[in-house]
Design a protein around this ligand. Sequence first.
Ligand code: THU
Length: 130
Amino acid sequence: MSGVDWPALKAAALAVQARAYVPYSNYQVGAALLTASGEIVAGCNVENATFGATCCAERAAVFAAVAAGHRAFQAVAVVTNGAAPGTPCGICRQVLAEFGNDLDVLCFTPEGIEQQYRLSKLLPHAFTLK
Ligand code: THU
């Protein structure tokens, strides 16, 4: 998307990645959402001793954004460590799709490996009650 300040979005994702609470997996994820109004809302993964109560970074970002009054988004940048960038899990794809399937999704590593997707390609035929 032409209007997206990708460097700013990536910087926000990297900053929040450092705050990830990951005592069990040691896998830090940072997600930064760009709202339709141009604000950036970030989230990190927060793990739990039950494992099942863990919340992914992407969902943490969406929930924080909705709580702040945002329901339309242009893009999300997701940063993970490792040789190749991780892509949002299935649950996070469905949660992102709730607010529109034409989202630009940039997955990247701190070393600069990156891959860009459209959410509609990551989650074709998302569930909808419509
Ligand atoms: N995780 C995310 O934050 N986002 C994803 O899309 C996939 C997985 C987190 C959950 C858990 O804290 C760790 O990565 C390992 O699964």
